[in-house]
Design a protein around this ligand. Sequence first.
Ligand code: ATP
Ligand code: MG
Ligand code: MG
Ligand code: MG
Length: 567
Amino acid sequence: MRTSDYIIATLKETPSDAEVISHQLMLRAGMIRKLASGLYTWLPSGLKVVRKVERVVREELEKAGAIEMLMPVVQPADLWEESGRWQEYGPELLRIKDRHDRDFALGPTHEEVITEFVRKEISSYKQLPLNLYQIQTKFRDEVRPRFGVMRSREFIMKDAYSFHMTKECLQETYDRMHKAYCNIFERLGLDYRPVLADTGSIGGDASHEFHVLADSGEDAIVFSTESDYAANVEKAEALALKDTADAPTIEMTKVDTPNAKTIAALVEGYDVAIENTVKTLVVKATEESDAEFIALIIRGDHELNEIKAENLPEVAEPLTMATEEEIKAVMGAGPGSLGPVNCPIPVIVDRTAAVTSDFAAGANEEGKHFFGINWGRDVELGQVADLRNVVEGDPSPCGKGTLVIKRGIEVGHIFQLGNKYSQAMNAGVLTESGKHQVLEMGCYGIGVTRIVAAAIEQNHDKFGIKWPSALAPFQVAIVPMNMHKSHRIPAIAEGVYNKLQEAGIEVLFDDRKERPGVMFNDMELIGIPHQIVIGERNLDNNQIEYKNRHTGEKQLLDIDDALEFIL
Ligand code: ATP
Ligand code: MG
Ligand code: MG
Ligand code: MG
């Protein structure tokens, strides 16, 4: 491709309405343009990257035995009435009417449509199992579209749906899809983590999300440093809050004082009282208490300078106020503060904002007692979760390692739906003995366009994007310096270009009449992994310069060896 035939829509300035780096760089590198809120046009080099993601997704899904089809974006309301989601789904579902006043929706997902297809087409157990997928535009009227294509209203998703006679068969396909997802994210060169996800209102038996680790991620995920345990925060919390005999729910007491908006103590068998002066907080074990640890959350500005403890168990260390540094180390400079008291809790957080806004977790010194605090939802009291349960029942058992919290971008989500849709929509087949049986179902989503943004969050520097080679729109850039003033350069550049083209390499030949600096900046910004710079001075020695976008290394190559080096 020659730049003279192409659109190099690069921008020098960072657009002011782009908050996260991937959004900024996608605009600056000329990959996308905004049409309206949450609606983006993909320019040629952006689209090239989307196609690369799709290719890897297709290859790995086909390997896993899934087969591709394509369903309509517009879906009749009747099907959503049948599943019950016409009422349930809320305003994210964009509802439209046709000229006959019939109700339709723009598909945010396709469970209803695929179930309708399967109930009509599949009638016998002999035709199962079946795993069908599509790569297609989805529409969700997101309440807060933001971060460019990361949370847009129109986006491309790969969605797959599998159908089975038994739960065991569903589990097999689910495991195969889990593996396929790992292969996909590995091939795309992403630092990712599969985590347990909450099946929430949909019910069902299992669900995993795949998160690309990035500070800008909207989700928090929790994982152990030493075991395989990993979950998203909702799941961790749901597990933790499950009331089991050996893990009592931690209660939380709230006290308001004139100069500390909220003092909430996570207390296992402790009372909290403000004594005489608001500058002293007394934490007192209740009579039946055999608690081993407590922690205090102190929100807002306060003038407390002492915390007193009474009736503490003998093992306990004296209570101490967390110092400002300690609080900052744990909580950052956010609106709340966590004062680990009594147990010196090594809370590991990767991004303090994540913790101040919604979640904190910690363990005591031996790493035995995990606890988590979620105060994102109910600022007054927060939610307290004893995360001891989180690791319970996991083959890497309770007490291993330390919980780490990181931000993640959800790029994939797989789900064992069981018979939620097949039951509601009566999708079943005849069994071997001729009985009608409702199908087991799984669904598997990947955010194709979100992956493009997520990859940039992980691969960039101050000059621009650093594409992993699996995603780069072009592998090689040819940058001839002042070609139009030279006799030798055009011939050499054309020669290199043709040879690379013949070898099937995606190469961008910058034949614009631009200053070399402009060309270099553009190629860095767009993020092409390999660059060949052709200039008069090096040609005197029969040499051209090679530059690696990832390492920044430059080296001179003899023209005759250059192609071999690059190929
Ligand atoms: P989120 O929690 O980010 O809103 P979701 O859980 O609603 O995502 P799913 O229903 O699980 O999304 O859809 C499958 C995948 O589609 C997600 O894992 C994500 O990668 C992608 N996706 C969902 N919503 C969007 C969006 N608004 N823009 C871009 N990609 C999206
Ligand atoms: Mg969503
Ligand atoms: Mg989600
Ligand atoms: Mg999801």
